[in-house]
Ligand binder design. Structure first.
Ligand code: SF4
Length: 315
């Protein structure tokens, strides 16, 4: 019998790339993934926003592959890969459920699915399997927001909390650094859609990573946030841009430095200017010792995470 969950893979238009390829037949589009769900690592994460971490940590599952392609991606090894494709291994729906159960048994506060936009149908299958196996934790959708609203609709019954990025509203930046000039329109629509589906302000946290030297982009994002979703979502400002990730060395205009104190203070002024009061803000990050290495059993430092599953493990 045909698996209805996976039907959207038949002619894949899950994201704005609209490749139209048959991933069930093994074809691949921009994201490079077939219909087989691949994951890299699962761990208890203590570096997310405080309400998501709680006492037990956020039960984070890093999905392999990505539909966006940010040049500065901190998870480059598992999102795009270095020559041999994104790191990770295939997990069945039952395997996904076992990982969720292992996270729960270790004390996770939630199931935090990182970068699953290109794998929504298989992830839903996995969540259904996890629910059947008795995992009742809230599910958190942690994504770039480069998603079609029709694909997000599929998540309605399965996801409780949304954690989308809003990286920029500048099409030029999106084209240069993400290979996606339509990112601003798609992400804005996706975030509006998420606020409608979540129905409560605490259930949508919009993340924005400040790009050093591109404060006008940040100002535009904050203005949009204030004008459109301030009363329906919280803001999380991130300062952890690092010049050593992904393909930063290969691109000319991309920042080659950390955020400065002056830039940080300027952005704090924008928050006041737009009356944004509810949310989270990282302290200024000026080092890259926190950067993950996904070839290790624990990709982060021991203060930041407790490993539960790794793609190199046997089960
Ligand atoms: S999910 Fe992948 S194959 Fe599907 S439209 Fe997006 S990039 Fe293309």
């Amino acid at each position: 019998m045909e698996n209805q969950c996976l039907t959207p893979y038949k002619s894949c238009r899950l994201c704005p790339r609209n490749c139209g390829v048959d991933r069930l037949a093994g074809e691949t589009g921009f994201c490079g993934e077939t219909s087989a769900l691949r994951a890299a690592v699962a761990l208890l994460h203590f570096g997310e926003e405080p309400p998501l971490v709680g006492n037990g940590g956020s039960g984070t599952i890093f999905i392999s592959g990505c539909n966006l392609g940010c040049a500065f991606c901190q998870n480059y090894q598992i999102s795009q890969g270095e020559g041999n494709g994104a790191l990770g291994k295939t997990v069945s729906a039952e395997g996904f459920a076992s990982i969720c159960a292992a996270l729960r048994d270790k004390g996770a506060e939630n199931i935090n699915i990182v970068t699953g936009s290109h794998a929504i149908p298989a992830i839903i299958e996995g969540i259904i399997s996890a629910r059947r196996a008795g995992v009742r934790l809230p599910v958190l959708w942690n994504s770039s927001a480069y998603e079609n609203t029709e694909a997000l609709e599929l998540l309605r019954e399965h996801v409780e909390i949304y954690l989308p990025d809003l990286k920029t509203l500048d099409g030029g930046i999106a084209e240069k650094f993400f290979n996606a000039p339509d990112y601003p329109k798609a992400a804005a629509e996706a975030i509006i859609k998420m606020t409608g589906m979540a129905g409560a302000r605490e259930k949508v946290i919009v993340r924005h990573l400040i790009l050093p030297g591109y404060l006008e982009s940040t100002r535009e994002v904050l203005r949009w946030f204030a004008d459109n979703v301030k009363n329906r979502a919280m803001l999380s400002l991130m300062t952890q841009y690092t010049p050593s990730g992904g393909r930063v060395k290969e691109l000319n205009d991309i920042p080659k430095r950390f955020l400065s104190k002056e830039e940080y203070d300027t952005v704090m002024g924008y928050l006041e200017e737009f009356g944004i009061e509810n949310g989270f803000c990282q302290e200024l990050v000026t080092g890259n010792d926190w950067l993950p290495d996904f070839t290790r059993a624990n990709p982060f430092s021991s203060e930041l995470s407790v490993p539960v599953w790794h793609f190199k493990s046997l089960s």
